[in-house]
Design a protein around this ligand. Structure first.
Ligand code: XIL
Length: 349
């Protein structure tokens, strides 16, 4: 890996020569969005927005187990194939989400009882899915949400069927199998709640680093950490904590990617302009904290338009007003958040 030390040396040499140091924050960052299959199929404006605003497309739900594996014996790639084909036809890169998660599982997964069975199913699943998109899906969220919500009280693992049947090794099995199946794929550990100013988030950062370090020590490939970044509008960003986290990831030679960015505005006043302004400021403060220490490899939002988002369903507002979590409003008009994102895409963020 090009080390931080080498970069520092280069920086010191530039300073010694009296020249202005190169601005670390000038590399353009690829922007992307998750694509939800229902909207993708039914709404041409949705597809146009994906073409216009994205460098990267992520099937939102169609690579999850419950989409691919209604039946234990087979695989149903219909939805995933559609979105992958669209991305390829339009020159977009792809992220795969996700090979292992404790949610979005078909009922038969809950019927597994033995370690051997779980290992066999998990390995086969990853082999078949990664192989199908080998060389096409460049980056995989190999595991999603494996860290306990609050590791300060017990932990560090989230209680899932994989953890119950395989123990902590489920993460190693997943990374090993993905790497073996597509040795060129970029492999990411994806999780949430890293950015907040509370002991739970700090503990989650420590656990994430620990998992990455252990994989590295065992020679199991991992290339990056994905921060979902579902940002709560009523909470603040832990800038120093995030900067330290970025430096620690850098020390391990890992990339950081923002993988599911949106703003949960359920507790904000109804005024739309005010909510949009606040969301943009929060996103700017989050991305600024990350990028001041480490330029993210990608910034992916969890959808593009407020017309379709999981936020309104999962975090409903008491006043019944529509959630405004994303860079375009429900009529595809750009919101202030888009301008923040576009600055990163241009390299001026
Ligand atoms: C959400 C999707 O956006 C919804 O359409 C679906 O009904 C449930 O899952 N963290 C994740 C994502 O890793 O996969 C989730 O996506 C949102 C939270």
């Amino acid at each position: 890996m090009p080390t931080r030390r080498a970069a520092l040396r280069a920086g010191a040499a530039v300073l010694a020569a009296g020249a202005a140091p190169a601005r670390a924050a000038s590399r353009p960052v690829a922007l992307g969005s998750a694509a939800e299959i229902g909207a993708f199929r039914s709404d041409p404006r949705y597809r146009e927005a994906l073409k216009r605003y994205c460098d990267i497309v992520v099937p939102m739900n169609d690579l999850k187990w419950d989409a691919l594996r209604h039946e234990r014996a087979g695989f149903d790639f219909a939805g995933a194939d559609e979105i992958v084909a669209f991305a390829e036809a339009n020159g977009k890169a792809l992220r795969g989400h996700t090979l292992l998660w404790g949610e979005a599982l078909p009922p038969w997964v809950g019927e597994m009882t033995t370690r051997a069975e779980a290992e066999r199913e998990l390995t086969r699943h990853i082999e078949v899915v990664v192989d199908r998109y080998k060389g096409r899906i460049a980056t995989w969220d190999v595991v999603n949400e494996v860290i306990k919500y609050d590791p300060t009280s017990g932990g560090p693992w989230r209680d899932t069927v994989w953890q119950r049947l395989l123990g902590p090794e489920h993460v190693e099995i997943a990374f090993r199998t993905a790497a073996r199946t597509d040795p060129k794929a970029r492999l990411v550990l994806n999780d949430f709640h890293f950015e907040e100013r509370d002991p739970g988030a700090a503990a989650r950062r420590a656990v994430a680093l620990d998992i990455c370090r252990r994989l590295r020590d065992k020679g199991i490939p991992i290339h990056g950490l994905g921060m979902q970044a579902h940002l709560y509008a009523e909470r603040t960003i832990d800038t120093e904590g995030l900067q330290r986290f970025m430096r620690d990831l850098d020390g391990l030679g890992l990339d950081v990617e923002i993988t599911e960015l949106d703003v949960i505005d359920w507790k904000m006043p109804a005024d739309a302009a005010l909510r949009d302004k606040h969301a943009a400021a929060l996103v700017a403060s989050f991305l600024g904290a990350v990028a001041s220490a480490k330029r993210p490899k990608a910034i992916v939002t969890w959808g593009l338009t407020d017309r379709y988002s999981w936020v309104g369903e999962t975090f409903p507002r008491k006043d019944g007003a529509r959630a405004r979590p994303l860079p375009l409003d429900a009529d595809y008009r750009p919101k202030p958040m888009l301008a923040v994102l576009e600055r990163y895409r241009r390299g001026t963020g």
